[in-house]
Write a protein that binds this ligand. Sequence first.
Ligand code: NCD
Length: 320
Amino acid sequence: MDLQVDESGRLRHLLTIEGLAPDLITAILDTAGSFTSVTERSVKKVPLLRGKTVVNLFFEPSTRTRMTFELAAKRLSADVLNLDIEHSSTRKGETLLDTLRNLEAMQVDMFVVRHSQSGAAHFFAQHAAPHVSVLNAGDGYHAHPTQALLDVFTIRTRRPDLENLVVTIVGDILHSRVARSQIHALRALGVPEIRVAAPATLLPRNVEEMGVQVYHRLEPALQGADVIIALRLQRERMRGAHLPSEAEYFRYYGLTPERLGKARDDAIVMHPGPINRGVEIASEVADGPRSVILQQVTNGIAVRMAVMAMTLGSRGGEPR
Ligand code: NCD
């Protein structure tokens, strides 16, 4: 059974991009487009989720994702609760399932879940009551679907001709749920050439089976690229030594103005954040004219509004 989509093809949960119909992805991006005007108004609210309750459950650190999920829910007029995991009963040994059941007993309508375990959001969706939606805000190495959606939204805003683009993803692909979700989204939307550039120790085994071209040197991977996505070294997910040192990593894989010169003149530079200046990206590039890094953050609000409205809004008047 497809947990994400109901019999009529509507989005019920958002857990992963993998397997989502391209039409549905496009519909999310189009809906997000209609919400950007809301976020630019002086009164940034629409009543779509009035009376609904959204709970943010972030078992891992987050700045952008958590804040923009919260803002998105508030701009849709939902009530938002943030469980402070450090001070919650999780620390007293409560299981995920019991946490879910207890929050459901408070008549919650949506869970936004970030967890270090791959599959955590899926687990929530499997056990959630029928009227409840679950959105994955990042699970382990597995998926970060709203990040990939806001990334393709940002690309599409700048370069609507997705079927002509060369996209290069550089950095720690091995530990990156963002890269996995981006690759699925870019492929679904017909991007013909997706390159990944990283040392062999930071690439998943058989990554080419995802439909990407593998480069071990950055310069050729940047040649003629339209979009460059830099990723952080996700040290908290590394077990053992994957790298000699950050300085050495920057020497070979750091996105510098000089290396950026290999890409197309109008290429855009993206990063999901948090950025580590002088490790995967030079400040001149992060803050430079090609960078759309902060626009990604802004777009995250409209994209998360779209996903929330499409999952919960479609079930508006249904009885519990
Ligand atoms: C990413 C994440 O947490 O997966 N950040 C984000 O959500 N914007 C990437 C990262 O941590 O490097």
